[in-house]
Design a protein around this ligand. Structure first.
Ligand code: SF4
Length: 337
């Protein structure tokens, strides 16, 4: 039964699987570097968002040697806007490890790969499947949703993870692991979607225990954690020459390693300089926080610790987060209005 399901899925994939810039059909990708970059970019980010970033990134860093030799700051520039910047740092560090320690040859065993930065249990499974056709079982949100629906598992996901893993492993194709991993991702992305799944087009429609049930969209059963709302302040600080003060964030934590205009997610800063409230604000959604910032301006010749004044035309040379880009864009729009 399991091999039957797996064959049905592989046949469906052969005809309907998506064409993606990091994908080959019919076996493992010949270049594990391509799989490494795409898998790290795809962590917490959708395929649609990743595609243009991936294409730009690979054009600039076509081989693992190119990436390892590049300065981290430049890697950030090619990552900016994609979010979760620790991934860029980890990918860069991993490229250096593979060049320096493994002589550019990717390790093919779990324990060595898990020692690389940015690669956890999920990524190691998909990496080994996609790059080396090893029969590893990929478990992500798509797979959890499909398995819960296929076997009508209604208990909270946290409670039944071992059961989900076991069922997903039993379905995984031994001989066509790379294609199977891509196929189940595609099934989750285009057919067994969170809302309005296309059951009539599903290769597993005759076997699925949830098909046609009213509560289908409620599966998987996940507890919802509410995001926290935070409101803070951000400051565009200019000197007499019209230069703008920026600083680099520390190498740890949210938006680490990127540049920013000074901000705080709770309290006002620089009260001794009497900042002007522009009346503008930006909002941004992080994984656990809805953040809104009020934009203030101030003028001073003082250079604050950890930062520098930069001419506005040179700001593009520094990697900024999407949040900071929104802040600057709002500020510019106000100036030109
Ligand atoms: S039949 Fe419907 S619910 Fe079942 S696996 Fe296919 S798309 Fe998902």
């Amino acid at each position: 039964m399991n091999s039957n399901l797996s064959d049905l899925l592989l046949r469906w994939y052969d005809r309907h699987g998506r064409t993606l810039p990091w994908r080959v059909k019919g076996g493992a990708h010949p270049d594990p570097y391509i799989i490494l970059v795409s898998e790290i970019m795809l962590q917490q980010t959708t395929v649609k968002t990743v595609i243009p970033y991936f294409e730009r990134f690979i054009k600039r860093f076509p081989t693992i040697r190119d990436l390892a030799a590049a300065p981290l700051e430049e890697v950030y520039l090619y990552w900016q806007g994609l979010g979760y910047y620790t991934r860029a740092r980890s990918l860069h560090a991993t490229a250096q490890t593979i060049v320096d320690r493994f002589g550019c040859v990717f390790p093919q065993n779990k324990s060595d790969i898990l020692k690389l930065k940015g690669i956890g249990e999920y990524t190691v499974a998909s990496f080994l499947a996609l790059a080396f056709n090893q029969p590893e079982t990929v478990i992500d949100g798509n797979v959890i949703r499909i398995i819960c629906r296929l076997y009508h598992l209604t208990e909270p996901v946290e409670k039944i993870m071992p059961q989900i893993r076991e069922k997903a492993a039993a379905l995984t194709s031994r001989d066509h692991a790379a294609d199977y991993a891509s196929a189940i991702m595609d099934l989750g992305a285009v057919i067994c979607t969170p809302k309005a799944p296309q059951c009539l087009l599903c290769p597993w429609k005759g076997f699925c225990l949830s098909q046609g049930l009213k509560e289908l969209e409620q599966l998987p059963n996940r507890s919802k954690t509410a995001k926290k709302n935070k409101s803070g302040y951000v400051y565009i600080i200019r000197n007499r020459q019209g230069e703008i003060f920026i600083r680099k964030r520390t190498e740890k934590g949210l938006l680490s390693g990127l540049y920013e205009f000074p901000w705080d997610d709770e309290k006002p800063l620089f009260s001794e300089y009497s900042p002007q409230d522009t009346g503008l604000g930006v909002s941004h959604i992080f994984t656990h926080i809805n953040l809104s910032l009020k934009i203030h301006t101030l003028q001073t010749e003082d250079v604050f610790p950890g930062g520098e004044f930069v001419a506005p035309e040179n700001l593009c040379r520094y990697p900024f987060s999407t949040l900071m880009k929104k802040v600057y864009q709002k500020f510019l729009n106000k100036k030109t209005n």
